[in-house]
Design a protein around this ligand. Structure first.
Ligand code: DC
Length: 222
């Protein structure tokens, strides 16, 4: 039997950092579904499709060849067989991903892929609709959030560390804009499902959040 942990929450809440650590401690596979939406966005961006052209996105998304591989335990997203991890975190791709991920055809394609990944393997999967849609029967569901300023600061630090020039206020504005879109979209909006445990990481260390999730897993296994 595979064990499923669903982690949902807004951009920059620390989902991937936390989920990677929990995965390593529990020996389960980490699946970053945001990276899959980002790879799709990169595909559409490279094709020159406008983020507001929903018909164009629907017509093109099924041709995108997106898959997941693991190199040295790290998730690698492949677009047409090429590792695109280094190209999917730019502000342009983030904005495109926020809009293209609202498209029902994009979601249908990627949700199928994500469900297939979790069929045979124990996973911790993070995203926006994992507890509500991708893994509705997950053993543990967590809704991880933090204030918009704290989240903006975290994204700023990541971008600066990878050599990308950016502005903190601008990042916070974009995060608030993306939250609004992710939470109010028609298809699979970001919600805290009733059976998810809320964790606000604004004033918690990474290890404190990891320990809180592991405690939830242990309580389910008892
Ligand atoms: O988690 P992230 O910032 O890497 O996600 C990129 C975009 O993809 C974000 O705007 C929300 C969207 N997304 C989604 O709609 N559903 C998911 N399961 C994961 C991400």
């Amino acid at each position: 039997m595979s064990f499923q942990i669903a982690v949902d929450g807004p951009a920059g809440a620390g989902k991937s950092t936390i989920a990677k650590k929990v995965a390593a401690k529990l020996g389960v596979v980490y699946v970053d579904t945001g990276a899959m939406y980002r790879a799709m966005a990169l595909y559409l961006y490279r094709k020159g499709i406008s983020a507001d052209d929903q018909a164009g996105i629907s017509a093109s998304c099924n041709d995108a060849d997106i898959s997941i591989a693991y190199e040295d335990g790290k998730q690698v997203v492949l677009l047409d067989g090429q590792n695109v991890n280094d190209y999917i975190r730019t502000p342009e791709v983030s904005q495109m991903a926020s809009k293209s991920s609202a498209n029902p055809d994009v979601r249908k394609k990627l949700v199928q892929l994500q469900q297939k990944l979790a069929e045979t393997t124990s996973v911790i999967m993070d995203g926006r609709d994992i507890g509500s849609c991708v893994l509705p029967n997950a053993d543990v569901k967590v809704y991880l959030t933090a204030s918009s300023r704290v989240r903006a600061q975290r994204r700023y630090d990541e971008l600066v560390a990878s050599g990308i020039d950016c502005d903190l206020d601008q990042i916070e504005r974009e995060i608030i804009e993306r939250d609004e879109r992710d939470m109010t979209r028609e298809h699979s909006p970001l919600v805290q499902v009733p059976d998810a445990t809320l964790i606000d990481s604004s004033y918690m260390s990474v290890d404190e959040v990891v320990d809180a999730i592991i405690a939830l897993v242990s309580s389910k296994e008892e």
